[in-house]
Ligand binder design. Structure first.
Ligand SMILES: [Zn+2]
Ligand SMILES: [Zn+2]
Length: 122
C-alpha cells in the first residue's frame, strides 16, 4: 500500500516505513515512520492539537534553538535557565522524553534521540 511509506530517509536514502505507536504516542501522533537502516524517525502530529506539524527526528539530538549537537542529558529541570517552548519539545515532554540541556545557549528541551558521539566525548 502506497500510504505505508511516505518518503525516502534523508540520512541514508532507504524508504521510511510506518511503525506502531506507543499508547502515549497515539495521543499525539497520527503516524510515525522510521528508517529501519539508520533509525531516522519522522512523525505526523495529530491535527486536533491545533497545529499541523511534521516532526522530524534525525539520528541524534540537536538543540532546538541554536542547532548545536553539544547537548547533555540532565536529570531534572534547572529552574534558572530558559526552557524551550518549541512545540516538539513540549510534546516530547508530555511523553516523558528525557530532558537535555544545550551547552552553547543553555536551552533545556525534551528529546528521545541519543546524544551525538561528538557530544558524548565532550
Ligand atoms: Zn535511514
Ligand atoms: Zn542551543
Amino acid at each position: 500500500m502506497a500510504a505505508d511509506y511516505m518518503a525516502l530517509c534523508p540520512e541514508c536514502g532507504k524508504h521510511l516505513v510506518r511503525v506502531h505507536r506507543h499508547r502515549l504516542e497515539r495521543l499525539v501522533y497520527s503516524d510515525v515512520y522510521r528508517c529501519h537502516k539508520c533509525g531516522f524517525r519522522s512523525a505526523q502530529v495529530n491535527r486536533f492539537l491545533g497545529f499541523d506539524l511534521r516532526a522530524i527526528f534525525s539520528r541524534y539530538t540537536h538543540c532546538t534553538r541554536c542547532g548545536t549537537e553539544f547537548v547533555k542529558r540532565i536529570g531534572r529541570r534547572d529552574k534558572i535557565d530558559f526552557r524551550s517552548m518549541h512545540p516538539l519539545s513540549w510534546i516530547q515532554g508530555l511523553l516523558f522524553a528525557p530532558l537535555n540541556k544545550c551547552e552553547a545557549c543553555r536551552l533545556q528541551y525534551h528529546d528521545w534521540r541519543p546524544l551525538s558521539p561528538k557530544a558524548r566525548g565532550h
